[in-house]
Design a protein around this ligand. Structure first.
Ligand SMILES: Cc1cc2nc3c(=O)[nH]c(=O)nc-3n(C[C@H](O)[C@H](O)[C@H](O)COP(=O)(O)OP(=O)(O)OC[C@H]3O[C@@H](n4cnc5c(N)ncnc54)[C@H](O)[C@@H]3O)c2cc1C
Length: 407
């Protein structure tokens, strides 16, 4: 594998993980990491948590130390956008001009935030959160007593709400659904989360929709479809993400809710691989394609793609898993469910200490846990092995989760 060029487009978690893995696995050719952001790859989870609250410096979020890339012989092109991958000539065209010839390319271009499609979205003080630059813009608005309105309460919205409350701001949330995160966590768990935020003084406007943002130059108020006017000093929108696929738009790579890859991270076009948030990947465990937007997945999928590029790939069967920290609560979710599963609760929703299992045809396909990290880990094992599990045993706190399978 010498004297070949591998290029990675997208220098974040998946891209950095792939680059490191290629070297670990003995790739000795030219390795180029191209990333649009000017910073070296960094972790995004602290951006809504410790970094946003000023409790952690940016350097702690770096995926690798600054000297790592040079030491590993990884050419870095940070602050450089790739315009397109051209498989006919096997080149990457860069926005600043110039082309990089590749033998294999990994697309790890991640997700971007959806925009809130309402009048006034362009006003000053209307912010969102994906990058460290976004986090800095929010931090610049922070002062005790100021009032923020969050449009949307997905995970990022919920974490930002918690962080802003912890810093002494007034926070109001406008959210379409009756409870936050019901699609991912189910209504019952969503309701518990809403209660937690309400207990911490977050003003909730559920079943509502932002219809306009108002102000002359800066945003001053949020108008809702229900006719309310919520005064504010700034707004943070959190209305979901979409995969960033345009770099392969002309390459005839199959794209459907992300860049489609098989279990070896291969796209439909030879020599083009993809990993992380940007992919819709075939997952043998769930028998279908899924798109996963989690930290752990980006790292593992990037590494798996790297091995696949070296011809050492094995099918990617990692159980999706993520966590979210809000106030002093730790929420974790693993697996993949659609909302039609049987729900089994172990522990107590009221006491905010539980694991909820989602069962399809008697098998655990997903689990959500509040303040029960260890049991969630064990639930992941049940998801992985996929044997039928007994609902009574799952519910029984006296039963070790390592043994709830049906005899
Ligand atoms: C604020 C925040 C908090 C989060 N918290 C958690 C958490 O607590 N737990 C959890 O599991 N997950 C969390 N996540 C999700 C997690 O960070 C993502 O799943 C992960 O970052 C995905 O990594 P990625 O490398 O696939 O893509 P991304 O991180 O989206 O990175 C893609 C990179 O590619 C670059 N790029 C795109 N197009 C081009 C191009 N044409 N040319 C060059 N470069 C390009 C982008 O600039 C970007 O740097 C959080 C995300 C955010 C934003």
């Amino acid at each position: 594998v010498t004297a070949r060029t591998f290029v990675i487009v997208g220098a974040s978690l998946a891209g950095a993980s792939a680059a490191a893995t290629l070297r670990e696995e003995g790739f000795e050719g030219r390795l180029v990491l191209v990333g649009e952001e000017s910073q070296p790859p960094y972790e995004r989870p602290p951006l809504s948590k410790e970094y946003l609250r000023g409790e952690q410096p940016f350097e702690k979020a770096l995926v690798h130390p600054l000297d790592f890339y040079e030491a590993q012989g990884i050419e870095t092109r940070f602050g450089v956008r790739a315009n397109r991958v051209d498989p006919s000539e096997r080149v990457i065209e860069l926005e600043e001009g110039g082309r990089i010839q590749y033998d294999k390319v990994l697309v790890a271009t991640g997700s971007r935030n959806r925009r809130l499609p309402v009048p006034g979205a362009h006003l000053e003080g209307v912010l969102d959160l994906r990058t460290v630059a976004d986090a800095d813009r929010i931090r610049a608005e922070v002062a005790p007593g100021r009032r923020a309105v969050l449009a949307g309460m997905g995970f990022i919205g919920a974490e930002v709400a918690a962080s802003l409350r912890q810093m002494g701001l007034e926070v109001a949330v406008v959210q379409r659904g009756e409870v936050p995160l019901s699609r991912v966590l189910g209504t019952e768990v969503g309701r518990i989360l809403a209660d937690i935020h309400r207990d911490h003084g977050v003003e909730m406007h559920f079943g509502e929709r932002v219809s306009a943002l108002e102000g002359s130059q800066r945003v001053e108020a949020v108008r809702t479809a229900g006719g309310q006017t919520l005064l504010c000093d700034f707004v943070v929108t959190g209305v979901g993400v979409e995969p960033v696929t345009e770099v392969v738009a002309e390459a005839e790579v199959e794209v459907e809710d992300g860049i489609v890859v098989d279990e070896l991270s291969r796209t439909s076009v030879e020599h083009i691989y993809a990993a992380g948030d940007v992919t819709s990947h075939h997952h043998p465990l769930f028998g279908r394609r899924i798109r996963v937007e989690h930290w752990n997945h980006a790292i593992k999928h990037g590494a798996a793609a790297a091995r696949s590029m070296l011809g050492k790939g094995t099918p990617y069967t990692e159980v999706p898993w993520f966590w979210s920290d809000q106030y002093d609560h730790n929420l974790q979710y693993a697996g993949h469910h659609t909302g039609e599963e049987e729900m089994v609760v172990r522990g107590s929703l009221e006491d905010r200490s539980f694991v909820v299992f989602f069962l399809r045809q008697g098998r655990v396909v997903a689990a959500a846990a509040l303040n029960r990290a260890r049991e969630l880990r064990r639930a992941m094992e049940l998801i992985r092995v996929g044997v039928p599990a007994d609902a009574h045993l799952l519910r029984d706190e006296g039963v070790d989760l390592r043994a709830p399978a049906k005899p």
